[in-house]
Design a protein around this ligand. Structure first.
Ligand code: DLL
Length: 420
């Protein structure tokens, strides 16, 4: 077995996992109490001291931490992000080692061995995708191609020339690679890829099927966030049935995002993570805003670490349109089920105090037509599919192939012009 399949950790008994978590949590809480005045103040405000934290059972006594806290207390901003200032994370060498181990586990779970050639097409630089998967790939001993994102034709050329067997990029970029290959007259048999590790944005099960078919690979999900190191907080195994959270480093909880109450196994809510091994940037009860659920059920792969479902999107990605909750990932599911690709844009505005809701959807080259009657019919069918998924009716506008901008990183799906 490969070095980065670590059954003594990944298949440990629940008792062992909880014992490690408890020991590490107790140490981490003591460390932040002694060294981080901000945490100490937050704990004092809640009336908790390190003596109150004896095991994972006591986690719920601790205060939550949010992105706003990071901005307030640490003052380490970078260039502006989409929802505000970017938060920058810091790492010690120990933290980088742990992070790369997590990515190495993810690659191994997707079948990587030192015989593989891994093309890393996540962005390098401030974004954690490139560095994380690059480090993990080196740890496994794969030949690593540090492509970064962009220049799609060159990506395809490298895959073919260097015999890349595994690709790492965002799912929307993987879909675009497939689309570009088709345009170049290339099919799945023309490329040596066998697997892809796709994350950094929400993507549907339908999109997985689509990518698997066009690239001829098995598509694995990977989850993570900068504040907790980057990719590799959790990853999919060959069962493709939820992502195993690296529980020797991260303790997950699911809470009701409105009340903060901890929810039972299986309930959907906001994922909260406590990192018990990080040195430079301790994160205790960090609210990720990502909506998912957890299962401790046995996984066919043998790993015992808890699995999280694919995040539906962030709670702040959720649109409330005319009072109805809408996740872009639900729209994606309907589009792919109707034979469209995931090339769409959601436009929301408010006119005369009423929300307007329009979805621009690209026709695929195969369905492209300039017959108005035919287009109206397609729009009507799609609109009906969307109503039954969402409970409200969007205006559907079909547009010609290649009119919606493609992304090389995380796709921008929503334009919300309402000033709420
Ligand atoms: O996106 C880290 C990453 C890089 C993960 C490469 C996977 C692969 P951030 O830029 O800080 O970090 O964004 C983190 O992206 O809170 C989720 O909302 C979203 N996200 C990440 N992975 C997934 C996923 C990286 N597999 C934010 N499914 C998170 C759904 C995801 N959403």
């Amino acid at each position: 077995m490969e070095r980065y399949y670590q059954p003594e950790i990944e298949c440990a008994s629940r008792d062992d996992i909880e014992r490690w978590q408890s020991e590490r949590l107790v140490n981490q809480v003591r460390r932040v109490w002694e060294n981080v005045p901000y945490y100490r103040k937050k704990m004092e405000e809640k009336g908790v001291t390190p003596e109150d934290i004896r095991s994972v059972e006591d986690l719920k006594k601790l205060p939550f931490l949010s992105k706003a806290d990071l901005r307030d207390c640490v003052r380490i901003h970078s260039t502006s992000g989409t929802t505000g200032k970017r938060v920058v994370a810091f790492y010690t060498q120990h933290d980088i080692d742990l992070w790369e181990d997590c990515c190495a586990r993810a690659l191994t779970a997707a079948g990587a061995t030192k015989e593989d050639v891994v093309q890393v097409s996540y962005g390098y630089g401030l974004f954690t995708g490139g560095a994380g998967l690059d480090g993990g790939s080196h740890k496994v001993g794969c030949l690593t191609v540090p492509m970064s994102s962009g220049n799609t034709d060159r990506q395809i050329m490298f895959i073919r020339d260097l015999n890349a067997t595994i690709i790492c990029c965002t799912p929307s970029y993987a879909a675009y690679l497939g689309e570009r290959m088709k345009e170049l007259g290339l099919g799945p048999d023309d490329i040596p890829l066998k697997a892809g590790i796709f994350g950094a944005e929400a993507w549907s099960e339908e999109m997985r099927q689509d990518i698997q078919k066009t690239l001829g690979i098995k598509a694995y999900d990977i989850y993570g966030l900068t504040e907790l190191s980057g990719p590799g907080v959790s990853f999919e195994c060959s069962a493709q049935a939820g992502m195993h959270i690296n529980e020797d480093h991260f303790i997950p909880e699911i809470i009701d995002p409105d009340t903060g109450e901890v929810l039972p196994e299986g309930a959907q809510g906001e994922l909260v993570i406590t990192a018990v091994n990080k040195e430079a940037f301790p994160m205790i009860r960090y609210r990720t805003k990502d909506i998912c659920s957890l299962t401790y059920e046995k996984c066919p792969c043998g790993r015992t670490h808890v699995r999280m479902t694919k995040p539906k999107g962030r709670s702040d990605d959720m649109l409330i349109i005319r009072g109805v909750n809408v996740f872009p990932s639900q729209i994606e599911t309907v589009l792919l089920n109707h034979g469209y690709a995931a090339n769409y844009q959601i436009l929301v505005d408010r006119v005369n105090n009423t929300d307007t809701f329009e979805i621009l959807v690209e026709m695929t080259p195969e369905m492209f037509t300039d017959s108005i009657g035919k287009i109206q019919e397609l729009q009507k069918t799609l609109s009906m599919g969307l109503v039954s998924m969402l409970g409200i009716r969007p205006k559907v506008t079909l547009v010609a192939p290649k009119t919606i901008a493609r992304s090389e990183g995380k796709a921008v799906r929503v334009i919300d012009k309402r000033k709420i």
